[in-house]
Structures are given as structure tokens and as C-alpha cells.
Ligand binder design. Structure first.
Ligand code: FE2
Ligand code: FE2
Length: 184
């Protein structure tokens, strides 16, 4: 077991050596779990998992939303997140290119998690906000991965994915603005 926690205020990092109940607190705030990637495969696995999660999110909400336009948009996004997943799987299997195996990365997963979760009674605007935050987190995730990638092929893949997530975010923002203005 290698659980690490980090204080967002003073930066102290704590390692858990025995499991227990209760929350770790530092500087008056709960500490957040810090998970460090160890290598390319772990990074890719995490990204593949995130893409699958994004795909599920859009599929699920596409069914629940009333607006046909937004439903179509979400279905389209689900398809694109699936393509991202497949792209990452191809990289992992080495069929597109083989990333330098020894690369070690140090990325704090906790920075890329979306802090608000969807609720069943979420309305149209809230669904857009959650989706925008997700896309923003994805964009940041891939941009940071690109920045720390030593492998050229890997860097390009992450940059391309960052751009696609930025496009998703922009499309959602446009939709959100339309929605706000149509109300007033
Ligand atoms: Fe994606
Ligand atoms: Fe996306």
C-alpha cells in the first residue's frame, strides 16, 4: 500500500503506513490523496479510464436531457470520447508507435478530478456546467501530460487530445451562452 496525502496549503505530504478510519487534516483542511504515476502504461491506463468515464457521462445524460440539440451534441461527444479511448489503446498496444518505455512521470491525479458530480435532477444548465468542468479538467490533464512527456510521439498524441477536449469545452460554452441569452 502506498497512499500519499498532500496538503493544498503548506504542501506537506503524508504517507499512510497503516489503514484506519477518519480524515487527515492539515492547515485546517482535509488533505487530498496524491497518486503518482509510475510510468507510461499507468498514465495511459488512467487516461483510458477517464475517456471511458467521459463517454459514459455523455451517454447517460444524452438520454435524460430534454433538449434534442443538446442530446445530439452529447451523443456526438460520447462517440468522440470513445475515439480518444481507442487512440490511447492503440498507443498502449504499440500499434501506432511505441513510447519510450522508461519514461517516468509525476502527475497528481487529484488535480484532474472534477469536484462536482452530476445529480439525477440536474437541469439543462447544470448538465452543461458539469460537462464544461469535465472538459476543462481533461484539457488540463492532456496539456500537462504533453508538457512532461519526454517521448515525441506521446507528446503529440497528448497535445492532439488536449486540443480536442478544448474544442468540446468551447462547443459547450457556446451552447451555454445561447441558453443563458435565450432566457433573458
Ligand atoms: Fe476525451
Ligand atoms: Fe471531451
Amino acid at each position: 500500500m502506498n497512499e500519499f496525502y498532500k496538503c493544498a496549503i503548506c504542501g506537506k505530504i503524508v504517507k499512510v503506513i497503516a489503514e484506519g478510519k477518519g480524515e487527515l487534516v492539515c492547515c485546517g483542511q482535509p488533505m487530498s490523496q496524491l497518486s503518482n504515476f509510475k510510468g507510461v502504461n499507468e498514465v495511459l491506463d488512467f487516461a483510458i479510464e477517464k475517456e471511458e468515464e467521459a463517454r459514459q457521462f455523455y451517454l447517460e445524460w444524452a438520454e435524460k436531457l430534454e433538449s434534442k440539440a443538446l442530446r445530439d451534441q452529447f451523443l456526438l461527444f460520447a462517440g468522440e470520447e470513445n475515439k480518444h479511448k481507442e487512440k490511447l489503446q492503440r498507443v498502449k498496444s504499440g500499434s501506432t508507435f511505441k513510447p519510450a518505455a522508461k519514461q517516468v512521470t509525476d502527475l497528481k491525479i487529484v488535480d484532474y478530478l472534477v469536484d462536482i458530480s452530476p445529480t439525477p435532477d440536474m437541469d439543462y444548465q447544470e448538465a452543461l456546467i458539469v460537462a464544461m468542468r469535465r472538459e476543462k479538467a481533461s484539457f488540463k490533464f492532456y496539456s500537462d501530460l504533453a508538457a512532461i512527456s519526454q517521448d515525441g510521439g506521446l507528446r503529440e498524441t497528448f497535445l492532439a487530445l488536449a486540443q480536442e477536449e478544448a474544442k468540446h469545452k468551447l462547443r459547450l460554452e457556446t451552447e451555454y451562452e445561447k441558453e443563458i441569452y435565450s432566457e433573458n
